[in-house]
Structure formats: C-alpha cells, structure tokens
Design a protein around this ligand. Sequence first.
Ligand code: LLP
Length: 416
Amino acid sequence: ADGFYRNENGELQAESVSIQDIAKRFDTPCYIYSRAMLQENLMAYKEALGKRGSICYAVKANGNLALLSLLARFGAGFDIVSGGELARVLRAGGEASRVVFSGVGKSAQEIRRALLAGIRCFNVESTAELERIEKIASESRTRAPIALRINPDIDPETHPYISTGLAQSKFGIPLAEAEDIYKRAAQSPSLAVKGVAFHIGSQLLSTRPLREAAERVGEFVAHLQDSGINIAHIDVGGGLGVRYVDEEAPDPRNHVAAVSTPLANLGVELIFEPGRAIVAEAGLLLTRVEYLKENGEREFAVVDAGMNDYLRPALYNAEHIIEPIILRQDGQRSIDVVGPICESADVFATDCQLAVQPGDILAVRCAGAYGFAMASQYNSRPRPAEILVDGSHTHLIRRRETLDDLMRGESVFVGD
Ligand code: LLP
C-alpha cells in the first residue's frame, strides 16, 4: 500500500484523503499516519520472521494509543522502557505476556508493576539491576523472567547518539562478565532465566554489524547451553534503518536473514524489537509556511512547526524530504526551512529546492518514528495533533494540546 502519494492533480494525499483538507480541518502543525503503511510494515517483519520468533514493537518510537492498539491487533508484542510505556500498552489492549522491558534505569516501582502485570521478560542491564529485580520478586513471592542484555562491543556504523553496542557505551553487560551472572541467576529461586538480549544501535544501513553481533552472541549462547543454562529466546533488538532521503536501507527480510542465520542451530525463539522500521515511513509532519524572509544571502521559509514538535533535525542533523502538498509551477529556488523556536538549531532543512509562498502546507516525510514521541512543549508551545488515516476515513487520535494542557498541574505562587 502506498500510504502517501501524489494524485492525478499532483496533490499529496494520505491514502484516499486530501492532506490539504486535513490541514484545513485539524490545522497545523500535526502528524498524519497511514494505517495501511503501519500494517504493511509490521506484516513485512512478521512474514520475514515466520515461525522463528515474534515482533515486540519498540514503543519509544511512537506510543500513540491508537497505533499501539492497531499493532496489537496485527499481532505485535511490545518492547517497553518505562512504566509509562507499560501503561500505554495495557491501555491499548496489548498483552503483558508479550511485553519485554528494556532500559538501563528501571525504578523499583516500574519493576514491581511490570512483575505484577506479568510481562514476558526483563532485559537486565547490570548486576545492580538484577539484584533489585531478584529482591522485588522474592518479596512478591514470585519468579522474575529475565534475560541479560549483552554488550557485544560492535560498531553499528551509525550516528554516535544512537550507537548503543560499543564497549564504552552505558548499555548492556560486557560479554566477559555475563556468564558468571547467568550462573548466579540460574541458582536464584526468585529469577527465571529466559534468554539473552542485545541491541547495537538504530538507523542501521548495513546488516553486517547485526550479523557480527548475532555471531558473537550465538557463540556465547551455545556456551551457556553447554554449561546447562537453558536459553529459550534471543532478543536481537531493533535498529533497522529506513530511507529518509536517498539512503539504501536493508529491508526486514535482510535483517531477519542476517541475524537468524548465525543463530539457526541453537533452537531458540527470536524476538525482534523494531521501532523506526514500523512507524517512520507511516507518518509525516504537516506544517504551514508562516513567513518568507531573507537574511544576507539566504532565503528562509519560517514554518509553524519547530524543534519542539520534531526534534530529529536539530538533535541529529537528520535529513528529511520536505515537499509542498500542492506543487507550484514556478518559483523554485534554494530555501532554508526553519521553525519558530528561539534556537539556532531549529532548522528542518537547509538549501531545499522549493517553490513556496506563505500559507502553503508542507510535509516533512518519514516522521512517524521518534517524532511525536520526542515532542516537547519548549517555548510553551502546545504539542501538535495526531491524525490517523484509514482509507477514506480520518481519525483524530490525539487532539492538539490547549493552553490549559500547557499549564496543567502548575499553580501561581500563593505564599508570602
Ligand atoms: N530496542 C532497544 C533496546 C532500543 O534501545 C531501541 C532504540 C529499539 C529497540 C528500537 O530501535 P529502532 O528499531 O527504532 O532503531 N531517537 C533516535 C533513536 C533512538 C533509538 C533508541 N533505542 C532517533 O530519532 O533517531
């Protein structure tokens, strides 16, 4: 399914719905998602994986309840990193028994709630965390299902901010220390060893590092099994990159093949935790040109979305295709597309070839992942609306925040 495409009049459309109409009806900035693309992206992974394992969608990429409920319906489990994400998954109708819990800083309360909910596995990132989980499980007279997140010390060849599998990173447990920890965990009446986990980074454009990580972890798992430690699953994380502009991204079949081949003879179930590859392309950010202005040699289109609405360009220098919903015949020129925030980093794109006038609606493509999820209210800007298109139907799945939302929970000072 082509979720977003130009119709016979050259207008960008979301499934069967006019995006220009969405802008009129819901105003800008807003995020638009295509249900068909969401489904197609998940199904591509599920089909690539077949009976070898299951998909636990990484909620951090986009935790909107409507999207989570659709993904649960399409057969996804979930990878969470907080009690908030657990609450979202449960509210959306996801099953706790299909939830894995990642992250380096799980609080006691988050662990308690996840244990009580009956999640599938804790991906443990340190001995201190393992001890905390063991203590909480013992107090609750239960056994906590655990996997250790191994740091395989592999360079994922991606942006340093999203590389997680190098030895100097805060993530995971060094391979050399993991065996002893597994041996101790296997003896504990409050812990149930289920698996091994790894995740080396995000927006990976080569499967080679993923294959190398799988090979390293595979050897380790074979060794664990030889020492009588039962490993039922290997959680291979997420990280598959997508095409933002002209990158050649591997597809889910490449990803599954790269990691499942070295692990094929271990008799374990595989868990994949894709986030970006499921939702990035299925979403775009809609914004309106407020002003055109020139400074020195440059021309700027000041748009009504800012880095608070979509952080990736400011934080990672991420590049995205930005295009008008309705194309103009003339006036194409080099323009910088910038937001209204009082920060020099609030730039969506420099040197964009665009023909635009104030009032024109632009789409920032491929913004469904780490878009709304990383939005803030910086500069006291209410966060944008989110809209899901399903064929010819349009659903407001998160209303635009109001000024009351901005100040909720605060009060003016009433002391002396
Ligand atoms: N599993 C774990 C343990 C993770 O840490 C992550 C992402 C994923 C799965 C999902 O990775 P994905 O399939 O989406 O690559 N904000 C950054 C990305 C941060 C990714 C953090 N971890 C960005 O906008 O590029």
